[in-house]
Structure formats: C-alpha cells, structure tokens
Ligand binder design. Sequence first.
Ligand SMILES: C[S@@+](CC[C@H](N)C(=O)[O-])C[C@H]1O[C@@H](n2cnc3c(N)ncnc32)[C@H](O)[C@@H]1O
Length: 333
Amino acid sequence: MQPLLRLLADPTRLRILAALEPEELAVNELADVLAMGQSRISNHLRLLKGEGAIGARRDGAWTFYRNALHDDAERSALWSAVRAGLVDEAEFLDDQERRAAVLDTRRRLSRDHFAAAAGTPDFAFGTVRAEILATLVPRERIAVDAGCGDGYLTEMLAERFDEVWAVDHAPERLAAARARVQGGNVQFHQGEIDALPLPARSCDLVFLSFVLHHVPAIGAALKEARRVLKPGGRVVVADLCPHKEESLRQDEGDFRLGVDPDDLCAELVAAGFDDVARFPIEDRWIASARTQLPLFAINGVKPRERAKRAPKNKTSKRNASSKKSRQRHGVTK
Ligand SMILES: C[S@@+](CC[C@H](N)C(=O)[O-])C[C@H]1O[C@@H](n2cnc3c(N)ncnc32)[C@H](O)[C@@H]1O
C-alpha cells in the first residue's frame, strides 16, 4: 500500500484519478480536462500504471485510461475516502466541468457526423437484426429503438411490437426514419441515449443496435436503458466486435473501434441487469473489399421487484433463497 500512498501524495495524480472515473478517457481528453500538457500527463500516467492504479485499453491507434483502484476492495476503500475529501475543491470542480464538456464533444462529433451524412443509408446489411428478432418471444409490447438512425430496424420492430419509440440525437436521421416507416404505431423522439426523453419504467424492450460504439459513456447509456425499462424488461445490444479499421472513425463517425463483448457483459451486470447472455450471430459487417468485421449480440433483463421480506423466524430459509438467487444471476455465455 505504501507505494500507492506515495503516488496519491501528488495533487495532479489525484486529479487524474478523479477524471478517469466513471468513464475512461484518452490522453488528449485528459489534457483538456486538466488543462495541462500531454507530456506532463503521460509521465504521471506511466507512474500510476506501473502501480496498477490505472488500466489502459487499446482501441486501434488510441489508448483509453480508466481508474483501476476499484478493482481491489482495499484500494477502492482508500480511494473513496481520499476522493470524498476532494469534492469541494475548486480545482476538482473545474475538472468535472471540463470533463462534462469533453463528453459533450464526443456526443457532438457523433451528432454532426450523422447530420452531415443525412441521405446516406445506415448499415442496411446482413441478417443480424432479423436473427435477434427471431429469438425474442413476442411478449414485449413497447420496444424502444435507441439510436434508430434511418429506421432500418425501426421498420422491423414496428411489424412485431404494439408500439415502437424511436430515439436519435440527429434530427436528420429521425426525418429519414419517419420517411421510411409507414406504420402508425411508431413515435419519434429526439434525444440522447444517456438521457432518453422517456418516462421511467415505461417500456418492455430497449434495442441498442450499432449505437454503443458511438456513445460517449457506455455505462451511462446502459443505466438509462435500465431506468426506462419496466421490471422484467429486456435490453438487447448488437454491435461490432473490437477491430482495427481506423478508417471507420472518419467514414462512419465511430468513436470506438468496436465494443468488447466480455467488457459489455460486465458493464450490463454493473448497470443492474440479470441473465446477461451473449447469443451466436451468423453475420459480419463488410467494412471494405478486404475486411469483414464480426458482430455480436447480448441481452440482459431488468430484475423484477424484490419479493416482500419474509417473517423474522424464517431467517435461514431467506438466506438459502438469496444464495440461490445470487447463483442464478451473473453472466452466461
Ligand atoms: C450506425 S447508426 C445505427 C442505426 C440503427 N440503430 C440500426 O441498427 O440500423 C447509429 C445511430 O445512432 C445515433 N446516435 C449516436 N450517438 C447517439 C447518442 N449519444 N444519442 C442518440 N443517438 C445517437 C446516430 O445519430 C445514428 O443515427
């Protein structure tokens, strides 16, 4: 613990650790948050990484850093105590404001890309969405198509569900979706994935189809999906596996080069979903004549309300059943 305590004695390193949660940042983003040069920050990152205080994830030519202190219970407790002492400090408050602006920039870049690309179709390819729809028992009544794009999936959902609420942050894409979808059972809403313009506990299914690789913060998007779902409702994610096609940042406005399905399973559990399961998909996204990128699909369920507490004399029975429930939860592949 002593080397870590020595590292935490530096105010810049504290600011870095605070900036790198809950969402990971690239070094240029971190430089904007701290209003500091990249080379100075890189030195601190090297020291923090050497001590295992931060984790690094490669995403094509980019590297994203995250606060890894929560990976260990003792370190997490220490960091939470240190962090609590910082919340009122002016420098940290400024960092948090600039951090929000950095995440806004991620959003704006995606919105501008899809606004400029109005008129070109989204991924009108493959079988992945139809394969997923075929696995869904049609008990769902209201489906949300979050990041609906030009309505390719919305159209399929509208044939299957009583109601579809299609949400996108690019008005130009919503206009294209409106023009495509004929059914009277679809409502269109402009809004962000991590602040859906929908009431809590209002829908049965949230579809996040090829959208998470665009969003600024995946964890926030999953929590928002959980908020709008009714208990027992389901989230379904389809996306590209991690890849190295840098050109997609420019050509398709992609923020991440794919999404790691194992990381996503862990994020779904962290966001409060049960029965998280990846299902096999026979499909690939053809990025260019040379490259075919694998796809994945994962689904999770918002837990139903907890049963009423058992009477006091039934403690041992209650413990046994909560153990069973813990065993039932978790990730299956
Ligand atoms: C690649 S398209 C996918 C469209 C559709 N889901 C499908 O599977 O065909 C991504 C869409 O997500 C939207 N999008 C990206 N980031 C978003 C965000 N933060 N909030 C709302 N929509 C977003 C874009 O405007 C774009 O229309």
